[in-house]
Every structure is written in C-alpha cells, then in structure tokens.
Design a protein around this ligand. Structure first.
Ligand SMILES: [Cu+2]
Length: 174
C-alpha cells in the first residue's frame, strides 16, 4: 500500500507525452464515441417498444400518460379555463395487443382509468407537482377494432369528468 502512495506525478506526465503521437488513435476513439452517442437517442426510442420486440407472439405495446391538475395547467377547456386532464386522453392501440399503461400523476388528487369495454379499472394514487405517482397497469386490447371509452370514476374536476379529452377519453383499437 505504501508503494502506491509514493507514486507521484511523473507517470501522468509520461502518459501525456505518450498521448501526443497517438492523436490518430484518439481521433478514432472520438469517432467511435460519437457513434455511440448518436445511437443513444435511438436506444431510448427503441426502449419504449422493447417490450413489443421481445414478445413476438401476441403484440404488446406501451403507453405513457401524464395527469396534470387545473392548477398545473393540465389542459385548457373550451370554456377557457384550465382543467384536470390525462395527457393524452385519447390514444390508439392494436387489436389484440397487450397494452402496458404507465401513468404519472402530478395531481394531488387520485384518479382512475376505468373502462368496461377494455375490462380495466385502474386506480391512480395522488402525486405531487414535484413528484408524480407512478402507476403501471396492463389491459388486453379487444380483438374488435373500434373506439372504446374510458372514464375517471373518482370524483374530481366536474368539468373534466364531463368532457372527452380531460377526465375521459377514447382508446382507438385498430
Ligand atoms: Cu379524475
């Protein structure tokens, strides 16, 4: 142990000196690194669909939803006011797919994603503006294409509960 601590700066200085003629190697490394960096974005994009790629037989897909309250300017209604909303409230899935839904709730009120047609009743606990609650649930998309309504069954923003695109919406099965 004492030998390591006795090592001083000279090895580092030597390394620097050695690095000068190997600029070509560094350039190649830089290119390789930037190539890796470039694929990062793609990696993230494919991560969302990784579930569908790995489970080949019945298709699976994932959907991410965010809930924001009126105070957090969730979504502006036709009445000109901000309202609680699922963002988005309407989305499409493939017929027969296993759909994994992840909901981030930034509202300090609980909500639900309830749909008889989709055989789903997911309770979504409250979160905070700083830290959303995260809820993941899965439903099987019907084999029959069409538009399936869901509602929030937890009493919340009355206007939102009465208007599509806020606390109710449609899942389009294609
Ligand atoms: Cu609600």
């Amino acid at each position: 142990m004492s030998k390591t601590s006795s090592e001083k700066r000279s090895p580092i200085a030597r390394l620097n000196w050695l690095a000068v003629p190997s600029l070509g190697v560094l350039a190649i490394l830089a290119i390789a690194l930037s190539a890796c960096g470039g694929s990062d974005g793609g990696e993230e994009a494919s991560a969302a669909t990784a579930g569908s790629a790995s489970q080949s037989a019945p298709t699976s897909e994932s959907v991410k939803l965010v809930i924001k309250s009126d105070e957090e300017q969730g979504k502006k209604g036709a009445d000109g006011q901000w309202h609680d909303a699922f963002l988005p409230a309407d989305f499409s899935v493939e017929a027969g797919a296993t759909v994994e839904v992840t909901v981030y709730n930034y509202d300090d009120m609980p909500h639900s994603f309830t749909s008889a047609g989709l055989d789903t009743n997911a309770k979504i606990p409250s979160g905070t503006e700083e830290k959303a609650s995260k809820t993941t649930f899965t439903f099987k998309a019907p084999d029959k294409a069409g538009s399936y309504e869901w509602i929030c069954a937890v009493p919340c923003d009355p206007w939102s509960m009465a208007h599509n695109g806020f606390m109710k919406g449609h899942v389009t099965v294609t």
